[in-house]
Design a protein around this ligand. Structure first.
Ligand SMILES: Cc1cc2nc3c(=O)[nH]c(=O)nc-3n(C[C@H](O)[C@H](O)[C@H](O)COP(=O)(O)O)c2cc1C
Length: 184
């Protein structure tokens, strides 16, 4: 349990990477942890695109604004995983959305992504989730069919820096008992 707590607590977003290849064995470990993620009705709507082609990484990095702190990470990481989903699977039953939120793919992809990030950290690798980019441009670059969406980009590689811990809210400020309690 302490190991897991440490892995969860010490994972940081990594935006600078060593020029060191990520082995197929490691990529397979990351994919294994993705495979065993929970999902809506076990719908497993995810599609993961592993990008190691320099031109493709460069093109994707151009979909981020220059101000995005991860703009260089998308270009310089040895691999980038595009986290994509098939639409109308997660949150749907017999083709109909069954909750007020309709699509649940964002939720399922979040779980897949966290599994990959924690596994990567456990294996000595770093990741950064990138959500702020031009999704339509990236969709074209990745040749995704219309009924699929790309949600995030995940550069993966050996860290070239070790960022300080980031701040978190105190548990007491986000836990409610029996019903919503307004902050005092
Ligand atoms: C859904 C999501 C989208 C994110 N998008 C970006 C992004 O576009 N660029 C970036 O540099 N970091 C991005 N991040 C990373 C967060 O900034 C980071 O997780 C947060 O500041 C906490 O830092 P830590 O991951 O080191 O604990 C994103 C994180 C999440 C969960």
């Amino acid at each position: 349990m302490n190991d897991l707590k440490d892995i969860i607590k010490n994972r940081r977003s990594i935006r600078k990477f060593q020029n060191k290849e990520v082995s197929t064995e490691i990529i397979n470990d990351l994919l294994y942890s993705a495979k065993w993620s929970p999902s809506w009705g076990n719908s497993q709507c995810w599609e993961l695109i592993i990008i190691d082609d320099e031109k493709q990484k460069y093109n994707l990095s151009q979909t981020l604004t220059k101000k995005n702190p991860a703009s260089l990470a998308a270009r310089n990481a040895p691999i980038v995983i595009a986290i994509c989903a098939q639409k109308k699977k997660s949150g749907y039953y017999k083709g109909e959305a069954i909750t007020k939120f309709n699509e649940w793919f964002m939720y399922d992809l979040g779980l897949v992504t966290q599994n990959i990030c924690l596994t990567a950290h456990c294996l000595g690798l770093g990741t950064v989730i990138i959500g702020a980019f031009n999704h339509n441009k990236a969709k074209k670059i990745l040749k995704l069919p219309a009924n699929y969406e790309i949600v995030s980009l995940l550069p993966v590689g050996y860290p070239a820096h070790s960022p300080s811990p980031t701040k978190r809210r105190k548990i007491s400020t986000f836990v409610h008992k029996n019903h919503f309690n307004f902050p005092k």
